[in-house]
Design a protein around this ligand. Structure first.
Ligand SMILES: [Zn+2]
Length: 360
């Protein structure tokens, strides 16, 4: 597939152009064009079907701003299987074809979720499996969803590989994002959890302690869920208070891990309207916790939906703030792989991401 570059607005081109050489000098960036193949038509949002917000224009905006990228090599499914069970991978891989085989138009989407007294029944209809393997109605499976998700994770593994090989920091333009996906469920535009796969790959490569810092506007419930009982992977998240914002059921301050993972989860929810003052205080607390944990490696789940102009989010971070946030993270002095999560103000997404990367 040939990937065209969409024309950027002139103001973005000018600012991105200035950033471009800086970013290129500072950091290797990874991306695979097959990540564009995922393009669901619509999602259920606030009770109405809306155009799908997590669309291919997002990575195009970022690519315009960051300049050249490297393609990841294919590391196969083995790294994915350290996080996601075989039956779930097969579901994501086959759901669209099964949907079509059932005579359905459009993208595969569930409408029944097994909330109470769920049992491992034989789930014959695709509708039953869509409920079993997802947590919401905003994550349809389209024709290219598996390929795009697979390469999104390979992109994360490539950035991790660069860091493990000695790079100070590297960027994976993961798309679709991953942090809402659990081991066996999709949700929040996420199908495979790239941060979790990267963390497990780092451990497989001999790193004994990995910290994940999630600074997307939304709580990374999938990542938290995967490592909730683990003491070797620290999960720290700054996000909108789930009392008011998606994903509602997770990300509250009293969720701190369980069993061997007790104390290895830290949630720092902020009220809507938080600007750099509130966010900066939370960032200080987050970074102090990461430093205490003394990890071998940092994975940063970076979402630009904390931006003041984001259409579905309500923080007030400005473009220039992202460089400040990144510099503070970089000051930890840890090898860092940065993984793209959300960000829906597409005209500013490239500039915001370039600003963040420039801070490293
Ligand atoms: Zn988000």
């Amino acid at each position: 597939m040939t990937v065209g570059v969409t024309a950027a607005p002139s103001w973005l081109y000018a600012s991105a152009h200035a950033d471009r050489s800086k970013v290129r000098l500072l950091m290797r960036c990874f991306w695979d064009a097959r990540q564009l193949l995922h393009a669901p038509a619509q999602e259920l949002h606030n009770g109405a079907f809306m155009p799908f917000a997590e669309h291919p224009g997002r990575p195009r905006s970022i690519l315009d701003a960051i300049g050249p990228t490297e393609a990841p090599r294919d590391q196969g499914e083995a790294p994915l299987l350290r996080v996601h069970p075989r039956d779930y991978l097969d579901f994501v891989k086959n759901a669209f074809a099964e949907w079509r085989a059932a005579g359905r138009p459009g993208d595969a989407a569930g409408y029944v979720w097994p909330v109470v007294r769920r049992r491992p029944l034989r789930l014959e209809r695709i509708d039953a499996r869509l409920g079993r393997y997802s947590m919401d109605a905003s994550t349809p499976i389209a024709e290219g969803t598996w390929d795009a998700s697979y390469w999104s994770v390979q992109t994360a593994l490539a950035a991790l590989g660069a860091v493990l090989a000695g790079e100070r920091a590297a960027f994976a333009l993961c798309r679709p994002p991953g942090h809402h996906a659990g081991a066996d469920y999709a949700g929040g535009y996420c199908y495979l959890n790239a941060a979790a796969v990267a963390a497990e790959a780092a451990i497989e490569a001999g790193r004994s302690r990995v910290a994940i810092l999630d600074i997307d506007y939304h709580h990374g419930n999938g990542t938290q869920d995967i490592f909730y009982d683990r003491g070797d992977v620290l999960f720290v998240s700054i996000h909108a208070d789930p009392a008011t914002d998606y994903p509602f059921y997770w990300g509250h301050a009293d969720e701190m891990g369980a069993g061997a993972g007790e104390g290895a989860t830290l949630n720092l929810p902020l009220p809507r309207g938080a600007d750099m003052t509130g966010f900066g205080d939370a960032l200080d607390a987050a970074l102090a916790r990461v430093a205490d944990f003394a990890p071998d490696l940092l994975l940063c789940s970076y979402g630009a939906d904390t931006f003041s102009g984001d259409p579905i989010s309500f923080f007030r971070i400005e473009t220039a703030d992202y460089a400040v946030i990144a510099r503070r993270i970089a000051a930890l002095g840890l090898p860092t792989a940065i993984l793209m999560e959300g960000g829906y103000a597409v005209d500013a997404l490239g500039a915001n991401t370039a600003a963040f990367l420039s801070g490293f």
